[in-house]
Design a protein around this ligand. Sequence first.
Ligand code: AMP
Length: 402
Amino acid sequence: MSGTGRTRVLVLNTGSSSVKYQLLDMADASRVATGLVERIGEDSARLAHTPAGGRERERPGPFPDVAAALRAVADELAADGTGFDAPDLAAVGHRVVHGGERFSGPVVLDDAAVAEIESLVPLAPLHNPGNLDGIRTATALAPGVPQVAVFDTAFHTTMPEYAARYAIDTATADEHRIRRYGFHGTSHAYVSRRTAELLGRAPEDVNVIVLHLGNGASASAVAGGVCVETSMGLTPLEGLVMGTRSGDIDPAVVLHLARNAGMSLDAIDTLLNKRSGLLGLCGDNDMREVTRRAAAGDGAARLALDVYTHRLKKYVGAYTAVLGRVDAVAFTAGVGENSPVVRAAVLAGLGGLGLVVDPDRNTAPDRGPRFISPEYAAVAVAVVPTDEELEIARQAYDLVSP
Ligand code: AMP
């Protein structure tokens, strides 16, 4: 930061019980500070704040609500001589989970945009209310600073109608805004662009399958920088097997459980979102533990791993067909960046599609963006660490910079 001009962006990811934040300087894309407020509303609430090059500072709660948590964040930033009212703050960038059909890119928030985000609460009841609390509090803390929303759904609004539609009655779907929106869009945008850079080609010239495998997981097919398919749908439940979510199931499972097992809709919601996926299959949702147990001969963990990688393999095949020509498959997020076992299993046997993983490259302890396919491979296989905060900051900064 040169001390002149507004080059900093505060990125806020505000949930109902946590706030993650990063202050970035877009002059050199560096981190000025990072932090996390956890367990908002509980007795054990705490804030952990780390200035760049400094030690972590802890501040215990109570933080009864998001507003109290963000005021504490403002105090910590102020103690570093920066923050919400600093003259170098160009924007506050808010991660907003659901932007519906309306928001195809970042937006400077005004009353109409906030009202539209509010209208989407029925589609994202767990996420948009926390995002809105963050927007309102940050607006009060920094009234003169542009507040920018960056939507998890925006990158996927380019999906063709035939990919976004469910084959259900159109009038019902339209009345209730039921369609495939997709999520993790900020990560898919960032990783697909970084993969093109790694290939030394323009994003417009490259077709990429991005596999974002974190605790939540999603795949996307990106043609020439434009998303044409993604695995999450109306909600983040559809698609891949995840830490605690089932991903794709026959929707009649829900009807069966309601009719024959006497389960309430809330209980089924909890089952599919919180007690399924890896956790449901083997009792662990952390892939480190699942792969360790599978390697030690644990049958349930082995099956969980096989279900997880089989689903991924099906999506890689499907998205190869959707794209027609694939230049790269990119693995990202906690599992994708760190698990050679998963990467190898997903692409095993796909040599016929030009997809091959080099065992040495795959298991090398590198951390940055890198290829794990052999030199001669027809399709590049890459590991590309995601950076959603940087992407949010970049989009917010580009929007407000003259
Ligand atoms: P994320 O949501 O991107 O933060 O990813 C979190 C998940 O990444 C955790 O739940 C772990 O399952 C997984 N993960 C993190 N480190 C490793 C690792 N070294 N090997 C396998 N999985 C990992």
